[in-house]
Design a protein around this ligand. Sequence first.
Ligand code: SAM
Length: 214
Amino acid sequence: MGRKKSLKLAEVDYLPNVFSHRFGKIEERMLEYLPPAEQFVLELGCGRGDYSIALAEKYPYKNFVGFDIRGARIWSGSKKTEELGLKNVAFVIARAEFLPEIFTKIKFDEIWIPFPDPFPRKRSTNRRLVAPGFLERYRQIIKPGALIHLKTDDDGLYNYALETLSENNAEIIENSPNLYENEDLDFEKTIKTKYEEEHLKNGKIIKLITFKLE
Ligand SMILES: C[S@@+](CC[C@H](N)C(=O)[O-])C[C@H]1O[C@@H](n2cnc3c(N)ncnc32)[C@H](O)[C@@H]1O
């Protein structure tokens, strides 16, 4: 591991807006940190938290939670949030497998899953963030009617998501196989994460699926 990464990992657990699952129950402390709000938005596999940060600037009355297992990426998001003076963003370092254990009080209005790892091998199917096991966990932490958005460049993951959602009684609200074909997009759909910038540079086609779970 490089020196910069080890320094980030040594510091990240002590940043005021970062809550690490390995230190036990974190939801209560996170709620004390965040301002009172009616609406909560979760960004899963957030990396540097690009979605949470862009949305938090636009919607100061909502709270945003960036969630990832990689502390060094969360460190970057936390520092940027601090520079911008955003108080309505918190970050959680944990595996998405623990979502229902972590969030027992907060019910999310919306979930963004920008560019999750495609895990192309058959034996890793269950690790895809739209696998049935994850959909079941999302059901436990959302408000009825919550919107869940998946953005990906990966054809395999996109097709897998459509198939899995249909088999698991999800309601597809939007299916855009080529998102930027449409020139009249809402701001939310056009936020570019670090990975999205890379994919666009490489000429990849970006896809978006928005769905609801019963
Ligand atoms: C391809 S990166 C995309 C990062 C960011 N969303 C972006 O678009 O720039 C996928 C992210 O998902 C995270 N991730 C993968 N599986 C996860 C899991 N089970 N729980 C939490 N985070 C996970 C990885 O650590 C990684 O940061």
